[in-house]
Write a protein that binds this ligand. Structure first.
Ligand code: ZN
Length: 446
């Protein structure tokens, strides 16, 4: 990169735009830039915090050491530039990725596509959601992204007071009364489903009640135990922004662990998790089924530190990786800004994998994340509860898990099924290099 700047685009990139072998590349670049703000991409890739400055944002330059920010990003033009003496890096999102990862144009395009949650072009393996195969660079950025996300979330157990042992629990089909302390009213409802959120030690943190409104639409209420007012009782729970939500299904963790553990299956929503646990009982399959409160969009807000704590107390071989299987609902792509399709299944999977990676790497566990694809031809929103209703058996569900999993940690096309030890070494070295980068980052900022 030259200090004089203005490499828009480089000659090689121009050739690439014009190449007859790559029709639509310019359109793809435009799509990426419309869907992925440059400051967001740089914050996620480099793991830096950018502060407002004039019409754009600024930060200490990720490419040279400095204590006063001279690296400027303008989202309106989609360009960055460092004014530090002797540095002078500048460019667009693809230039940044090429520089950061020493990637070629094709790699940068693939990673930028992944970061923008756009489907990868010309990939036949996963027709539903484009390619879910993230390469090493994408994986690294996912981990860094999540590592920087919501660093101040408090564990759910600090916010929720456990429900006393001898209290009657709400039951499906029975009238239930909840106090709403904020609006100073009482809510009466007849839940169709009651989901108990218990921590690993079995204590009841809260319940999620599902019911149907008059217009037929389902709604959810979170109820916990309130004894602060001197008038103890069930009370509506509103989670503050800085509190993580408990993970559903962890009450099975001790029994699952005592049997030697196995894979962890994350699905979208409590009802689907109960169906998963019914189809794939952990006692027989070694699969622990869990879900995040609030469904897909809230997977980042889940209290993954509780999974970390569970694993800390789980005497298990650290060298064999844990299979983390993420099975999103069969949601069709959403239409984002500027009419661009967003692969919601892949987004859910990456959010979940990144969040859990962030928790488990801290306790030294290796794990491999995979996205499970839905059967072809199912309607939008199809999930394991539907599968249960369609007569799926444990055998069918297990077979589907084996056959329709796409690794979220990239291997090149020739290495589809690496041995466990080979896998473990690769991820181990990846995490090791991440830790080293973390510590060198601290050295720069101090
Ligand atoms: Zn610089």
């Amino acid at each position: 990169m030259t200090a004089r700047g203005q490499p828009t685009p480089s000659p090689q990139d121009r050739d690439c735009f014009r190449s007859a072998e790559n029709p639509g590349i310019a359109e793809r670049v435009a799509e990426i830039k419309a869907a992925l703000p440059l400051s967001d991409a740089i914050a996620r890739i480099a793991g830096i915090r950018l502060e407002p400055s004039g019409s754009g944002v600024k930060a200490c330059c990720p490419f040279h050491r400095e204590s006063t920010p001279s690296f400027f990003v303008d989202d309106s033009t989609g360009r960055y530039k460092c004014f530090g003496s002797g540095c002078g890096v500048s460019g667009d999102v693809l230039q940044f990725i090429r520089e950061w990862y020493s990637a070629d144009f094709a790699e940068a395009l693939r990673l930028a596509t992944e970061l923008a949650y756009l489907p990868q072009p010309q990939m036949g393996r996963n027709q539903v959601s484009g390619s879910a195969v993230a390469d090493r660079a994408a994986w690294r950025s996912v981990i860094q992204n999540k590592s920087n996300m919501n660093p101040s979330l408090r564990p759910a157990a600090e916010f929720l007071r456990p429900v006393p042992e001898n209290i009657a629990l709400p039951r499906p089909g029975r009238r239930f009364t909840i106090d709403d302390p904020v609006r100073q009213r009482t809510i009466q409802m007849v839940p169709t489903h009651v989901h108990e959120y218990r921590s690993v030690d079995g204590s009841l943190l809260c319940v999620v009640l599902r019911s149907n409104a008059r217009d037929g639409r389902k709604f959810f209420i979170q109820a916990g135990w309130n004894d602060k007012s001197g008038n103890p009782g069930w009370s509506l729970v509103r989670f503050p922004r800085d509190v993580a939500r408990p993970v559903y299904g962890l009450f099975d963790f001790p029994d699952w662990a005592s049997r030697g553990g196995g894979g962890i299956l994350l699905v979208d929503g409590e009802k689907t998790r109960d169906a998963a646990a019914s189809l794939l009982p952990h006692q027989r399959t070694g699969v622990l089924s869990i879900s995040a409160m609030g469904g897909g969009a809230a997977v980042r807000l889940a209290d993954w530190s509780s999974l970390k704590v569970a694993f800390q107390n789980f005497q298990r071989d650290h060298q064999s990786p844990i299979d983390f299987l993420i099975w999103p609902d069969a949601d069709k792509p959403a239409t984002g800004r500027n009419g661009i399709a967003i692969d919601r299944q892949l987004r859910f999977a990456l959010d979940a994998a990144g969040s859990v990676a962030n928790s488990l790497q801290k306790v030294g566990y290796l794990f491999r994340a995979s996205q499970i694809l839905p059967p072809t031809g199912v309607p939008g929103g199809w999930d394991l509860a539907d599968a249960l209703g369609q007569g799926w058996t444990t055998k069918v569900a297990l077979s589907h898990l084996e056959r329709f999993r796409v690794p979220l940690i990239g291997f090149d096309d020739k290495v589809r099924t690496p041995s466990q030890s080979e896998f473990g070494m690769r991820i181990d070295s990846e995490l090791h290099s991440l830790r080293q980068e973390d510590s060198s980052d601290h050295a720069v900022s101090s």
